[in-house]
Design a protein around this ligand. Structure first.
Ligand code: PLP
Length: 452
């Protein structure tokens, strides 16, 4: 058994340049072989509760047979077609209609891509196109937030605000990208400052950034409703209201990146609804297909669609599209995924089980001397491991507390994720039950006790 693991692990290390790894000192990767419900099994036969749903995506768990059947049925009827120049197909049309019907604010049209990065990249390109269309060719700068994550294409990495995605990649690409602070009251709030005052300060900083750049040069701001990969940062309650007032004042478009928060994760269909964002453009991916096949979507307001349409008409064609934009197989899987979410009333389920998760985390994890703050919404939870609970001080990065916790959790059969500031994140399959939540928390507490 173990020689099989060794050979697979060494073959993996020899042949695969794994994402987000240190190729020279890479730990033996777990070789995942199968999944059932919220669990996955490695090639040694060990099982893990995957409290990250893979990469925040496998909302229906790892064995939803209806998605396999939807893919199979589509493969045998029309395995491939596209939407270029005078072509379309039923799964793409139905999925676009379905997404428009569930959008958090009225939207005009949907553009399909394969990944969150591509949806966000397309949003950037179409915003530039739109501003050219409306005679504002100088209005091109995109605002992101430090620690925000929007993908890894050249443009989206530039909007992403994580150092690790910039260093040595020569991004941000040029001066079209600005970053403002991450709304992290826990660390950035000043002594005696209320959350409300902190939100005002963030909005003031945004206004200063726009004025410094020149309002005629700033096109859009990208925002994850709750920042995921940056460490599960939940902005203060009035933050988005104040930020959006500034953006509207200077005619800056609001792009909600719902790649993690979409499809029930925060207890509503959209994180925008949970957090009070009224986007002009919205991107989603991941749970759109429960992660079973790659697919992403960009929803665009009618006003922006109209501008894009006039420019495309002037030129003669909208010169943008991927070979696999709206591929019928992932589109069919997405339609089935959305059907299942409705049938099982995923929103009510997430609210009920999410409340239980937070009760358990607050009672059993938040009280721990090394845990600084429990935060999140719905079934998206995070907490920081801190050296000092009073000052909110984290351990030195060299202590690698986050990665250590990942390893300890794995020993207890639990997959979680470590983010900047030793923020530990859980984003389990949305179909998790209350008793499975208890098992997650049991395993996490056992791992936490091993850390001491
Ligand atoms: N946006 C957010 C908020 C994400 O978390 C991610 C990926 O985790 C992306 C965009 C990029 O998506 P993808 O990895 O599918 O390109």
């Amino acid at each position: 058994m173990s020689s099989t693991l060794n050979s697979l692990a060494s073959r993996a290390k020899a042949a695969v340049l794994h994402p987000y790894s240190d190729p020279l000192t890479e730990v033996e990767p777990l070789i995942m072989e199968r999944g059932e419900g919220i669990r996955v099994w490695d090639s040694e036969g060990r099982s893990y509760i995957d409290a990250m749903a893979g990469l925040w995506c496998a909302s229906l768990g790892f064995s939803e047979g209806r998605l396999a059947k939807a893919a199979y049925d589509q493969m045998v009827s029309l395995p491939y077609y596209h939407g270029f120049t005078g072509k379309s197909h039923v799964p793409m049309i139905e999925l676009a209609e379905r997404l428009l019907a569930m959008a958090p604010v009225p939207m005009g049209k949907v553009f399909f891509a394969n990944s969150g990065s591509e949806a966000n990249d397309t949003a950037i390109k179409l915003i530039w196109y739109y501003n050219n269309a409306r005679g504002k060719p100088g209005k091109k700068k995109i605002i992101g937030r430090h620690r925000g994550y929007h993908g890894i294409t050249l443009a989206t990495t530039s909007v992403t605000g994580q150092v690790i995605n910039h260093t040595s990649f020569d991004v941000p690409l040029n001066d079209r990208y600005l970053h403002v602070q991450t709304p992290d009251f826990y660390h950035a709030g000043l002594p005696g400052e209320s959350e409300e005052d902190y939100a005002t300060r963030c909005a003031q900083e945004l206004e200063n950034a726009i004025l410094t750049a020149g309002p005629d040069t700033v096109a859009a701001m990208f925002m994850e409703p709750i920042l995921g990969g940056g460490g599960l940062i939940v902005p203060p309650r009035t933050y988005y209201e104040k930020m959006q007032a500034v953006l509207r004042k200077y005619d800056v478009l609001v792009v909600a990146d719902e790649v993690i928060c979409g499809f029930g994760r925060t207890g509503n269909h959209w994180g925008s609804t949970t957090m009070g964002i009224q986007p002009d453009l919205l991107t989603c991916a991941k749970a759109l297909t429960s992660g079973y096949l790659p697919l992403s979507a960009l929803m665009i307001s009618q006003e922006v669609v109209d501008g894009i349409a006039s420019e495309a008409h002037r030129i003669g064609v909208l010169g943008h599209g991927f070979t696999y934009s709206g591929h019928p197989v992932p589109a069919a899987v997405a339609l089935e995924t959305l059907r299942i979410y409705d049938e099982i009333d995923i929103i009510s389920h997430v609210r009920t089980v999410g409340s239980h998760l937070f009760e358990q985390l607050n009672a059993r994890v938040g009280s721990h001397p090394l845990v600084g703050q429990v935060r999140g919404a719905g079934l998206l939870a995070g907490f920081e491991i801190v050296a000092d609970k009073d000052s909110h001080k984290n351990f030195e990065p060299s202590r690698k507390v986050g990665p250590t916790m990942v390893g300890l959790c794995q020993k207890h059969g639990l997959i979680i994720r470590a983010c900047p500031n030793d923020a530990i994140v859980m984003s389990p399959p949305l179909v998790i039950t209350e008793s499975e939540v208890d098992q997650v928390v049991d395993k996490f507490v056992a791992a936490l006790n091993d850390l001491e």
